[in-house]
Design a protein around this ligand. Structure first.
Ligand SMILES: C[S@@+](CC[C@H](N)C(=O)[O-])C[C@H]1O[C@@H](n2cnc3c(N)ncnc32)[C@H](O)[C@@H]1O
Length: 391
C-alpha cells in the first residue's frame, strides 16, 4: 500500500515539475504563438528574436534586440518623411521588420544566406503585413559595399555586430564604404574585453576606427558571449554627398548632389566637370524627386531575393498601365512590393531603344550579377548606336 501511495505521489510530482519546466522553456524561448514557432522548424535557438507581423515568435540568444531597437528608434524619430534604411548582416531581420512596421520606409536587408538561422526570404514572405522590405541575399564584400555607395543613398545604415565578421584585410575598406552609404550610420561592435566573440583580430581596430570619427554612444548592451561586458552602439555622421554611378554604363559626366534633411530629400543634377555649383542660384536648381528605396540595378547586382521577380513584374505592370511611364532599368526604384520611378528626363531622352521594357524584363530575369552586367552593356551599346544614327 505504502509503495502504491509513494509511486502515485512520485508520478504527480514528476508530472507537475515537467509541465512547469515545459511552460518555463516556452515562455523564455518561444513566447508568442506556438503554432507559428513550430511552423518555422528551427533547428536551434536563433541569434536574434524572430518577429512576424510585429509579434514576437521566438526569443533569440544574442544581445537583447528590443533595447537595441529603442536606441535606433531615437535616431529614426528625428525623420519627418519616408526613409530608406540599410541593415547589413540583418540576421533574422528583427531591426528591419520593426522599422518597416513603425515608420514610412523601405528597409533593405543584406544577409548571408549560408549563415542564416532561418531563411530570411521565408521570413519576408511570412511578414504579410509589410510591403516595404527588400532582401539582398548575399555575403557582401568590401568592394560591393563601395560600388553600392556610389549608386545608393540611405538615410540610416545599420552595421550591428557585423564589421568584425569581415576578413581582416577588408574590414577597414568595408567600414569606410559604410560611412559613404548615407547620413546616420549606426555601428555596433563587441568590446575588446569580450574574448569569446569571433573576429578577435578586427575588434580593437574597429574600436579605434570609430573613435577617430565624430561619434555618439547610443547604447550599451550586455554581451551574450561575455555577460560581464557590454557591446557598444555608436551613431556616426555619414559622409555621403554625391551619387555618381546610377547607371552601370553611363558614359556621361552627370552626377547628382544629394540634398538631405530630416524633412526633405532630393537630388540636383549637375555636370561632374562643372565644379562651380555655388554659382547656380538656389532658385534655379533643378530638383529631382528621389523616392525611398534602391535601384533595380543595385538590387539585381547584389542578388536581390525579395521582392521576387514576379512581384516586381506585377508592380511594373501597375505603373505602366496607370501612368504610361517610360521604364528603364536605371530609373526603377524597388521600394518593397511597389516600385517607384526616378524621373530624370535626361535618362529617358537619352536615345533609348524602343524595346526598353524588354531590357527591363531581361534585367529582372537575369540570375546573377554577370548576366545583369551583360544585359545592361547590350542596352548601353544599343543606345550608343541609336544616338549615332539619329545625330
Ligand atoms: C553577430 S550577427 C549580428 C546580427 C545583427 N546585425 C544584430 O546585431 O543583431 C552577424 C550577422 O551578420 C552576417 N554577416 C556577416 N558578414 C556578412 C557579410 N559580409 N554580408 C552579409 N551578412 C554578413 C552573419 O551571417 C550574421 O547573420
Amino acid at each position: 500500500m505504502k509503495r502504491v501511495i509513494f509511486s502515485t505521489l512520485f508520478l504527480i510530482v514528476f508530472a507537475i515539475t515537467t509541465t512547469r519546466l515545459i511552460r518555463f522553456y516556452n515562455q523564455k524561448y518561444h513566447r508568442g504563438s506556438s503554432s507559428s514557432s513550430s511552423r518555422l522548424q528551427l533547428k536551434h535557438r536563433p541569434y536574434q528574436d524572430i518577429i512576424i507581423n510585429n509579434k514576437l515568435i521566438v526569443r533569440g540568444h544574442g544581445p537583447r534586440c528590443a533595447s537595441r531597437y529603442n536606441a535606433i528608434k531615437s535616431v529614426l524619430d528625428k525623420f519627418k518623411r519616408p526613409i530608406t534604411v540599410l541593415d547589413i548582416g540583418a540576421a533574422s531581420g528583427y531591426m528591419a521588420f520593426r522599422i518597416a512596421h513603425d515608420y514610412p520606409s523601405t528597409c533593405v536587408m543584406v544577409s548571408d544566406p549560408s549563415h542564416e538561422d532561418i531563411s530570411l526570404k521565408k521570413l519576408c514572405k511570412l511578414n504579410t503585413s509589410l510591403d516595404n522590405v527588400v532582401l539582398l541575399s548575399k555575403r557582401i564584400s568590401a568592394k560591393e559595399l563601395k560600388l553600392m555607395s556610389q549608386r545608393e543613398h540611405f538615410d540610416v545604415v545599420l552595421a550591428l555586430n557585423v564589421l568584425h565578421h569581415f576578413p581582416k584585410k577588408d574590414w577597414k575598406e568595408a567600414a569606410e564604404s559604410i560611412l559613404r552609404l548615407g547620413d546616420c550610420i549606426i555601428i555596433e561592435t563587441p568590446p575588446v574585453e569580450d574574448k569569446r566573440t569571433c573576429g578577435q583580430g578586427n575588434i580593437s581596430g574597429i574600436s579605434e576606427f570609430i573613435q577617430k570619427h565624430d561619434n555618439t554612444l547610443i547604447a550599451k548592451t550586455r554581451r551574450h558571449t561575455s555577460p560581464n561586458h557590454f557591446g557598444k552602439m555608436y551613431l556616426i555622421k555619414g559622409t555621403k554627398k554625391v551619387l555618381n554611378k546610377l547607371n552601370l554604363f553611363d558614359y556621361s559626366n552627370i552626377e547628382y548632389d544629394i540634398h538631405c534633411t530630416f524633412l526633405n530629400r532630393f537630388l540636383v543634377r549637375r555636370d561632374a566637370n562643372n565644379s562651380n555649383m555655388n554659382a547656380v542660384p538656389a532658385k534655379s536648381l533643378n530638383r529631382l524627386m528621389f523616392p525611398k528605396g534602391i535601384s533595380l540595378i543595385t538590387f539585381k547586382m547584389l542578388n536581390g531575393a525579395y521582392p521576387t521577380k514576379n512581384m516586381i513584374k506585377e508592380s511594373i505592370a501597375k505603373v505602366i498601365y496607370s501612368k504610361g511611364s517610360v521604364l528603364l532599368p536605371e530609373n526603377i526604384i524597388i521600394q518593397g512590393r511597389d516600385i517607384a520611378l526616378f524621373d530624370d528626363s535626361t535618362i529617358s531622352n537619352n536615345g533609348r531603344p524602343k524595346d526598353s521594357l524588354q531590357f527591363v524584363y531581361n534585367v529582372i530575369d537575369a540570375d546573377d550579377a554577370g548576366k545583369v552586367f551583360s544585359v545592361c552593356k547590350r542596352m548601353a551599346d544599343d543606345c550608343a548606336i541609336q544616338k549615332a544614327i539619329t545625330s
